[in-house]
Design a binder for this molecule. Structure first.
Ligand SMILES: CC(=O)N[C@H]1[C@@H](OP(=O)(O)O)O[C@H](CO)[C@@H](O)[C@@H]1O
Ligand SMILES: [Mg+2]
Length: 569
C-alpha cells in the first residue's frame, strides 16, 4: 500500500479524563516515550493504513511506523499475556519498499480491532501520540503492569535492519522484553510465536527447532515412498533474491536424504523480486529470469519473504505450465482425503479459496473429489479463519499462499491411530501424523509447502505433468485499473459482486454473457492503490477481451484516471 499524504483516517477520540491506565502510563515515564518518539518522528501529513498485509510503503517513510508498532506490540502482548511477533518485510514489493505486520498469539494475523488501533497510532501526530496510546490501553483494558514479550524478524531488504532496530526502540521504551531473531522468513516468525505461546508443544522456538521438526517429518515421509532416483527427487527453486534463499540453504542439509534442491536467484547478484519470484511468475505467467529450465523439470518460485510458492515446468514443446495455489490445494486435499479413507476415519475436510481461484479448480474439487469448497474475501486472515471451522481445513490463495489446519481433536485421533491400528491403516496414520508436522499451521509457508508437495509427489509416484493434468485451468486474465478513489467500489458475496457504483455489476453481467464458461469480478486492492479486474473464459482471447471490457466499465463508472485501459497485454 502506498503512503498517502493528507488523506484522513478516522480515529475515534476518547473524551475521558486521565484514568488509572493513563496514570500507569505516566508512571512508565512518558518523558522517555516522547523523547524516543521524537527520534522516530512522523513525516507531517503522511497517512498510512494497516492493510491486508500490515503497513507497506517506501522504506524511507516507515521509521515512525516501526517505532510505534514496537509500542503497540507491547500493549497487545500485555493485553493477551502472550508473546507477540513483529515482522519487518514488504514481501513481493520492490526492494525500495518495506513494511511491518504484527503476529498474534497463535501465530495468526493481528485481530481486526487492533488493526484499527495500529492505523490510529501510526497516523497520530507527535503531540497526540500519548493520548492515542492511553485510548488504546483503556479501550482494550490493557493491564500496563503486566509483563510484555515481543519477538522480531526481518527480511533481507537493505532497509530492514535499521527499521527493526526502530521496532526494538519502541518495545524497550514501553518496558517490553524482546528477542530479535534477525533474518527470518515471515512464516518462520509466525512459527516462533506459535511455539512460544503453546509451551513448546508445537515445536521448539528456534531456527534449528523449525528445521528439525520439518525435516524429520519430511525424511520419515519420503522413506515410505517406493520410488526414488536422483532426477525424481531434485527440484529447482527460484528464491526471488530474498530471505528464502538464505533459509533454504541453511536447511538443505537437514533434509538432503529426501530431496536435493538447486537454488536460483539466491540474492548473490540480482535484485529482490525483480523479474523473479512467485508473484512475478504467477502474474506474468512466465518463468523467472536467472533460471535455466529443461523440459519437464520440476521448478518452483518463492516470493520475497517466502510465504508463497508456485510450481511450473516447460513441456516437451517448450510450453510453460503454471501450477498455482489452486492446484496445490487440490493435490494436498486429495492426498489427505485418501489417507482418511485408508484409515477409515470420516473427518470433515474443507477447502477454502477466494474469488481468484480458477473455476476449473472449484469444479474439480466439488464434482470429482466431492470436497466442500468455500469462498472468502481476499487476504489469508479470512481464509485461515474459515479453515479453522473444519476438522481439516485446506486453504490456498491462487497466488500460492496457503496451508492446512488440523483441529486438536484430529491431531490426537491420528496420533492414537498411528499407535493402535495395524498394517496398512497404521502406515496411513503414520503418514498423516508426519504430514501434520510438516505443515506450518501458523501461516502459509513456501518452505513447508514445498516439502509437503515433494513428499506427496514422491509418495504417490506422480510426475509434475501428471499433477498438472488433474484438471485444465480456464484461461484467465488479471488487470489493474487506476481510479481517483478506489473506495467507490464496494462488493458483496466474498467480493464476487460489486454493490457500488450503481450500474457496474449490471455492466459486468452483460459483458460476461457474451463469452462461454465466463466469469468476471472487480474489487479494490487492499495493498495497492488500484482496482483489480479478474476474468476467465473458454479461451485466452476471450478472457483477455472480457478483462479489457470490464476494465473499461470500471474506468467509466468508477472514476478512472489517466489513460483509458488499452487492449493487448
Ligand atoms: C489478487 C491477489 O493476488 N491479491 C493479493 C494482494 O491483495 P490485494 O488486496 O488484492 O492487493 O496481496 C495480499 C497480501 O499479500 C494477498 O493476500 C492477495 O492474495
Ligand atoms: Mg509474501
Amino acid at each position: 500500500m502506498g503512503g498517502e499524504w493528507g488523506q484522513s483516517v478516522i480515529c475515534p477520540e476518547s473524551a475521558q479524563e486521565w484514568t488509572q491506565v493513563g496514570q500507569d502510563l505516566l508512571d512508565m515515564d512518558l518523558g522517555a516515550i516522547t523523547k524516543y518518539s521524537a527520534l522516530h518522528a512522523k513525516p507531517n501529513g503522511l497517512i498510512l493504513q494497516y492493510g491486508t498485509a500490515g503497513f507497506r510503503t517506501k522504506a524511507e517513510h516507515l521509521d515512525h511506523v516501526m517505532f510505534r508498532m514496537g509500542l503497540l506490540a507491547v500493549l497487545r502482548s500485555k493485553q493477551t499475556k502472550s508473546t507477540i511477533g513483529v515482522m519487518v518485510t514488504a514481501s513481493h514489493n520492490p526492494e525500495e519498499d518495506n513494511g511491518v505486520k504484527l503476529v498474534d498469539p497463535l501465530g495468526e494475523m493481528l485481530a481486526p480491532s487492533w488493526e484499527e488501533h495500529a492505523t490510529c497510532l501510526a497516523n497520530a501526530e507527535e503531540q497526540d501520540m500519548q493520548r492515542v496510546l492511553i485510548d488504546i490501553s483503556e479501550k482494550e483494558a490493557v493491564n500496563l503492569q503486566q509483563d510484555a514479550f515481543v519477538v522480531i524478524g526481518r527480511d533481507t531488504r537493505p532497509s530492514s535492519e535499521k527499521l527493526s532496530q526502530s521496532v526494538i526502540d519502541g518495545v524497550t521504551v514501553l518496558g517490553g522484553q524482546f528477542h530479535d531473531y534477525g533474518l527470518l522468513t515471515t512464516p518462520q516468525l509466525h512459527y516462533m510465536v506459535y511455539c512460544r505461546n503453546t509451551g513448546g508443544r508445537y515445536g521448539k522456538a528456534t531456527i534449528e527447532g523449525y528445521y528439525q521438526k520439518l525435516s524429520k517429518a519430511f525424511v520419515e515421509l519420503t522413506k515410505q515412498a517406493s520410488c526414488s532416483g536422483d532426477e525424481y527427487r531434485s527440484l529447482k527453486v527460484d528464491c526471488a533474491n530474498g530471505i528464502g534463499a538464505l533459509k533454504l540453504r541453511e536447511m538443505e542439509h537437514y533434509f538432503s536424504q529426501g530431496l536435493s534442491v538447486q537454488l536460483f536467484n539466491d540474492g548473490s547478484k540480482g535484485k529482490l523480486n525483480h523479474l523473479c519470484g512467485a508473484d512475478f511468475v504467477k502474474s506474468h505467467q512466465k518463468p523467472p529470469q536467472g533460471m535455466e529450465i529443461k523440459s519437464n523439470e520440476r521448478c518452483c518460485s518463492f516470493d520475497g519473504d517466502a510465504d508463497r510458492i508456485v510450481y511450473y515446468y516447460h513441456d516437451a514443446d517448450g510450453h510453460f505450465h503454471l501450477i498455482d495455489g489452486d492446484k496445490i490445494a487440490t493435490l494436498i486435499s486429495s492426498f489427505l482425503k485418501e489417507l482418511l479413507v485408508e484409515i477409515g476415519e470420516s473427518l470433515n475436510i474443507g477447502v477454502v479459496q477466494t474469488a481468484y481461484a480458477n473455476g476449473s479448480s472449484t469444479r474439480y474439487l466439488e464434482e470429482v473429489m466431492k470436497v466442500p469448497v468455500y469462498c472468502t474475501k481476499t487476504g489469508v486472515k479470512h481464509l485461515h479463519h474459515k479453515a479453522q471451522e473444519f476438522d481439516i481445513g485446506v486453504y490456498f490463495e491462487a497466488n500460492g499462499h496457503g496451508t492446512a489446519l488440523f483441529s486438536t481433536a484430529v491431531e490426537m485421533k491420528i496420533k492414537q491411530s498411528a499407535e493402535q491400528l495395524e498394517d496398512k491403516k497404521r502406515k496411513a496414520a503414520k503418514m498423516l501424523e508426519n504430514i501434520i508436522d510438516l505443515f506450518n499451521q501458523a501461516a502459509g509457508d513456501a518452505i513447508s509447502d514445498m516439502l509437503v508437495i515433494e513428499a506427496i509427489l514422491a509418495l504417490k509416484g506422480l510426475t509434475v505433468q501428471q499433477w498438472d493434468a488433474l484438471y485444465t485451468d480456464l484461461p484467465n486474465r488479471q488487470l489493474k485499473v487506476q481510479v481517483a478513489d478506489r473506495r467507490v467500489i464496494s462488493t458483496t458475496n466474498a467480493e464476487r459482486q460489486a454493490v457500488t457504483p450503481p450500474g457496474l455489476q449490471e455492466a459486468i453481467n452483460d459483458l460476461v454473457k457474451k463469452y462461454k464458461l465466463s466469469r468476471a469480478f472487480v474489487r479494490p486492492s487492499g495493498t495497492e492503490d488500484v482496482v483489480r479486474v479478474y476474468a476467465e473464459a473458454d479461451s485466452q482471447e476471450s478472457a483477455d477481451h472480457l478483462a479489457h471490457e470490464v476494465s473499461l466499465a470500471v474506468f467509466q463508472l468508477a472514476g478512472g484516471i489517466g489513460e483509458r485501459p488499452q487492449p493487448g497485454f
